[in-house]
Design a protein around this ligand. Structure first.
Ligand code: COA
Length: 331
C-alpha cells in the first residue's frame, strides 16, 4: 500500500442509463432461450439498449455532467479525463477527447483506456496516480459502454448477457485523514486473450465483406472458461487487497463486484460471509455493462444516501484481456 500524506477521494458520482428496456421475454422472441434459463444461469431480468442515433459519447457525457455537478465542479476546472471503454465511438479519436470538447474542459488532457470490464478500476488507479504525483488535481474517470452495438443478436450464448450504460466519478485530493483510496490490485493474463474478444475491425483483421459475413464484428466468448477464471480471480484479488490494506472481510461495509453473473457475485459474497445488503447488485436490471457496471453501482449507492463518510469499500472487476483489478477505499 502506498503510504502518502495526500489522500485522493471520490468527490462526485454520476450515471446514465438508456430508457429502452429489453426484457428476457423480448429475447425469447429473438433467439432460442427462456426467461427461466437466463434468470437461473445469470440473474439478469432485463437490460438497457441505447437508442439509434445516440452513442457512447452521449452516455459518457450524461454521466460526467452529473458527476461534475455532484462534485461542485465545472468542466473547465478538470486536469484530466479518462474514459474506460471497449465500445468507443471510434477507434480514434478517443471518446475522452470528444467528451473533453462537450464538457468545455479546455485545460484537461484526455485519453481512453482499454482493459475490458476491469477498465474502470484500471482508469481509477491511473487517475489516482496522477493526483498522487502532483501532476493533476481534478480528474474525471468514466466507464461507458454500448455493448449492444457489438452483440451478435443471433447468438443466444452471448446476446442475453450484455447491456448499455455509463458511470462517472470525480477524483480530487482531500484533507480528511479518514477518507480516500487506500490501495489497488491490478493484473493481466494475455494468454487468455482469445477467451473474450472482438475478432475483427482492428488493424490485425480490418473490416471486409468476409469479416462481416463471418460475424467477426461481434463479441466472441468462451463463457465456461471466463466463468472459471472469474470464480478464481475474484476471491484471489480480494484476499490480496485486504492483505495489502490490513483489513478483514468482516470490516467491509460494502463490496462492489463487476456485474457479469449473479452466481459469481453470490459465490464471492457467501465465501466472505457478507450479508446481501453489503454487496449491491444491479445485474438483474442492467445486465453486464462492462466498465460501466462498478461506477453505476457506486453512483446508485451514493445517490440513495447509503454510502456514509468513512465506510470501508472494496471493488473487484475482471474481464477481457484477460484482466482483473481491485481497489479498497474509505468513502
Ligand atoms: N438460453 C438457453 N440455453 C442456452 C443459452 C441461452 N441463452 N445459452 C447457452 N445455452 C445452453 C448451451 O447451449 C448449453 O446447452 P447444451 O448443454 O445442450 O450444450 C447449456 O445452455 C449450458 O451452457 P453453458 O455455456 O455451459 O452454461 P453456463 O451455465 O456456463 O452459463 C454463461 C453460460 C455465459 C451464463 C456463463 O458461462 C457465464 O456467465 N460466464 C461468464 C461470462 C462473463 O462473465 N463474461 C463477461 C466477462 S466480463
Amino acid at each position: 500500500m502506498i503510504k502518502t500524506a495526500i489522500k485522493v477521494a471520490i468527490t462526485g458520482t454520476g450515471a446514465a442509463l438508456p430508457e429502452t428496456r429489453l426484457t428476457n421475454q423480448d429475447l425469447e422472441k429473438m433467439v432460442d432461450t427462456t426467461d427461466e434459463w437466463i434468470i437461473t444461469r445469470t440473474g439478469i431480468r432485463e437490460r438497457r439498449l441505447l437508442e439509434k442515433g445516440r452513442s457512447n459519447l452521449d452516455l459518457a457525457e450524461a454521466a460526467a455532467v452529473m458527476a461534475l455537478e455532484n462534485a461542485g465542479l465545472k468542466g473547465a476546472e478538470l486536469d484530466l479525463i479518462l474514459v474506460a471503454t471497449v465500445t468507443p465511438d471510434h477507434l480514434f479519436p478517443s471518446t475522452a477527447c470528444l467528451l473533453q470538447a462537450r464538457l468545455g474542459a479546455h485545460h484537461a488532457a484526455a485519453f481512453d483506456l482499454s482493459a475490458g470490464c476491469s477498465g474502470f478500476i484500471y482508469a481509477l488507479s491511473v487517475g489516482y496516480q496522477f493526483i498522487l504525483s502532483g501532476a493533476c488535481r481534478r480528474v474525471l474517470v468514466v466507464g461507458a459502454e454500448v455493448l449492444s452495438r457489438i452483440t451478435d443478436w443471433e447468438d443466444r450464448a452471448t446476446c442475453v448477457l450484455f447491456g448499455d450504460g455509463a458511470g462517472a466519478v470525480v477524483l480530487q485530493p482531500v484533507r480528511e485523514e479518514d477518507r480516500g483510496l487506500l490501495c489497488f490490485e491490478l493484473g493481466a493474463d494475455g494468454t487468455g486473450a482469445g477467451l473474450l474478444a472482438l475478432p475483427a475491425g482492428g488493424s490485425a483483421c480490418p473490416a471486409s465483406a468476409e469479416t462481416i459475413k463471418n460475424r467477426q464484428h461481434f463479441i466472441r466468448m468462451n463463457g465456461n472458461e471466463v466463468f472459471k477464471f472469474a470464480v478464481r480471480v475474484v476471491p484471489d484479488t480480494l484476499a490480496r487487497l485486504m492483505e495489502q490494506g490490513g483489513v478483514s472481510a468482516a470490516q467491509l461495509d460494502y463490496l462492489f463486484l463487476h456485474q457479469a453473473n449473479l452466481r459469481i457475485i453470490e459465490s464471492a459474497r457467501k465465501r466472505l460471509n457478507l450479508p446481501p445488503e453489503r454487496v449491491p447488485v444491479h445485474i438483474d436490471r442492467y445486465g453486464n455493462m462492462s466498465s460501466a457496471s462498478i461506477p453505476v453501482l457506486l453512483h446508485e449507492e451514493a445517490a440513495a444516501g447509503r454510502l456514509k463518510r468513512g465506510h470501508l469499500l472494496a471493488a473487484v472487476a475482471f474481464g477481457a484481456g484477460l484482466t482483473w483489478g481491485g481497489m479498497l477505499m474509505r468513502w
